[in-house]
Design a protein around this ligand. Structure first.
Ligand SMILES: [Cu+2]
Length: 114
């Protein structure tokens, strides 16, 4: 690599680092997720939040790994979106009305695991 090439690469790496300073991954606990249907519903709800880039579910740990553009203030928005979809997110309980509309299988197991 030429000297100029090396400098160019360093500048590029620095710029990328600066741009992603606030970006990152959040782990959102969704303890009432029991099946693939729950999973789909929650993923869709989180994807609807502005600034969310990707959602990776972890069924076993009952977690949603959310990649965001900017971490500032977004966790709350995600928690509310999940709650409105009928599921608990971290310490935020599911919205009762949304929960009532969930398919029976998801509901029965969710209430059992209080
Ligand atoms: Cu379910």
């Amino acid at each position: 690599m030429t000297k100029m090439g090396a400098i160019g690469m360093a500048v590029l790496a620095g710029a990328m680092l600066a741009a992603s300073a606030l970006a990152g991954e959040l782990a959102v606990k969704v303890p009432t997720m029991v099946c693939d249907m729950c999973c789909d519903t929650i993923v869709k709800a989180i994807k609807g939040v502005e600034g969310v880039k990707a959602v990776k579910p972890d069924m076993e740990k009952k977690l949603m790994l959310v990649t965001v553009e900017d971490k500032a203030g977004i966790q709350e928005k995600i928690e509310i979106a999940v709650s409105k979809a009928g599921y608990q997110a971290n310490g935020v309980k599911a919205d009762p009305k949304a929960f009532a509309d969930l398919p029976g299988c998801c509901k029965a197991k969710a209430t059992g695991g209080k």
